[in-house]
Design a protein around this ligand. Structure first.
Ligand SMILES: Nc1ncnc2c1ncn2[C@@H]1O[C@H](COP(=O)(O)OP(=O)(O)OP(=O)(O)O)[C@@H](O)[C@H]1O
Ligand SMILES: [Mg+2]
Length: 311
C-alpha cells in the first residue's frame, strides 16, 4: 500500500534521512520508531506529499508522490506532530469544513460526520469550540479530521504525545481498532506503544533504518545475545577478566556488584559462569537469565549505531 523507495531528504546541508526504503502492506499498522531527531517527521512529510524528497520516491496505492501528489494526498489522512486547528470553530463545524475541503460530497458528508464522531468518541464535544477542548479531545478531533473523507491510509506523527495515561490508552485502542481496515503508519519514540499497537516496526536512527521486522520477531531475533545477570562480591576488574575467559562469552558489563554477561542464544553457560566465579574465590550472590525486551533491542540498535559512527 505504501512503498518508500530510497528516500533521501536534505535540509540545506543537513541530511535528515538517507536512502531509506520500506513498505507497508494494506491493513497493516506500522510503528515508526526512533529517538528525537531520527527523521520520523521528515519521512512522514515526504510520504504525505508535504514536501518532495531530495532523492528517491514514495508510492501510495500505486501513485507516485512526485508525479501525482494530489492523488497521493487523497489517499491519506494525516495527523501532524502539532496539528494546527481552527480554535474558534465548533468541533462539528470544523469537521464539516475539513470534509468540504477534502471534497466529501454533501450527500455523504452527514454519514461521514456521524461515523467519525462515533469512532473518535466526539459526541460530547461536537458543540464546543476546538480551542476549549482538553488535549486528549483535541487529539481526537485531529484524528477525526484525518478520517472524515474515509482515507485508506493514515499517517500519525506521535499521536499520543502529551496525553495522560488514560487518554493514551484510549487513542491506542482507537488506532488498534482500525487494524485491517486502514493502512497506518504511526511514529513514536515510545517502545511500549509499538508492542501494544503495531504489527510491524521500522526503527530509524540518525536518518537511517536500523531494523525492519514484525514486532514479535524483533524481540526474538535479538535473543541471540542472551544475557545472564549476576551479583558477585569482589574486585570488579578481576571478576570481569575472569568472566571473559569463558569460551562463548560476549560483552561483560557491571554496575557495582551487578554484572551483565552476554552470550550466544543457543549456549547456556550459566553453570560455567557459576563455576568460574566460585572457583576463583569470588562470592556469587545471585545468577539469573534475562531475555532481551524490545526496549533492550531498541537501545542496543540505537547505541550501536552511535558507537559505529564514532569508530
Ligand atoms: N525545517 C528544518 N530545517 C532544518 N533541519 C531540520 C528541519 N526539520 C528537521 N530538521 C533536522 O532533520 C533531522 C530529522 O528531524 P525530524 O524532525 O524528522 O526528526 P524526528 O524523528 O521527527 O524527531 P522528534 O522525535 O524530535 O520529532 C534533525 O536533525 C532535525 O534537526
Ligand atoms: Mg518528529
Amino acid at each position: 500500500m505504501i512503498k518508500i523507495e530510497k528516500v533521501t531528504k536534505l535540509y540545506g546541508q543537513t541530511v535528515a534521512v538517507r536512502d531509506i526504503s520500506f513498505e507497508v502492506a494494506e491493513g497493516e499498522i506500522l510503528g515508526f520508531l526512533g529517538p528525537n531527531g531520527a527523521g520520523k517527521t521528515t519521512t512522514m512529510r515526504v510520504i504525505t506529499g508535504y514536501f518532495p524528497p531530495t532523492d528517491g520516491n514514495v508510492f501510495v496505492a500505486g501513485h507516485s508522490v512526485l508525479d501525482e501528489p494530489l492523488e497521493v494526498k487523497r489517499q491519506i489522512g494525516y495527523v501532524p506532530e502539532n496539528p494546527a486547528m481552527y480554535h474558534d470553530m465548533r468541533t462539528i463545524d470544523y469537521l464539516k469544513f475539513i470534509g468540504a475541503v477534502k471534497g466529501v460530497t454533501r450527500t455523504s458528508l452527514k454519514e461521514r460526520l456521524n461515523k467519525t464522531i462515533e469512532l473518535c468518541a466526539l459526541k460530547s464535544v461536537v458543540n464546543k469550540r476546538v480551542g476549549e477542548l482538553s488535549r486528549g479531545f483535541k487529539q481526537r478531533v485531529a484524528l477525526g479530521q484525518a478520517l472524515i473523507n474515509d482515507p485508506p491510509v493514515l499517517i500519525l506523527d506521535e499521536p499520543t504525545s502529551g496525553l495522560d495515561p488514560k487518554q493514551i490508552f484510549e487513542i491506542r485502542q482507537l488506532i488498534k481498532s482500525m487494524a485491517g481496515e486502514r493502512t497506518i503508519v504511526l511514529s513514536t519514540h515510545i517502545l511500549p506503544e509499538v508492542s501494544m499497537t503495531c504489527s510491524k516496526v521500522v526503527i530509524i536512527n540518525e536518518g537511517e533504518i536500523v531494523a525492519v521486522d514484525t514486532t514479535e520477531n524483533l524481540g526474538k531475533s535479538f535473543v541471540r545475545t542472551h544475557q545472564v545477570e549476576l551479583v558477585v562480591k569482589g574486585p570488579s576488574k578481576e571478576i570481569k577478566n575472569n568472566l571473559k575467559k569463558i569460551d562463548g562469552i560476549g560483552k561483560v558489563d557491571n554496575v557495582g556488584e551487578r554484572y551483565t554477561v552476554e552470550m550466544e542464544k543457543d549456549k547456556d553457560l550459566r553453570s560455567k559462569i557459576a563455576k568460574q566465579v566460585v572457583q576463583n574465590g569470588f562470592e556469587l550472590l545471585e545468577l539469573k537469565s534475562r531475555s532481551m525486551s524490545l526496549e533492550d533491542v531498541f537501545i542496543k540498535l540505537v547505541t550501536e549505531e552511535e558507537e559505529g559512527d564514532r569508530a
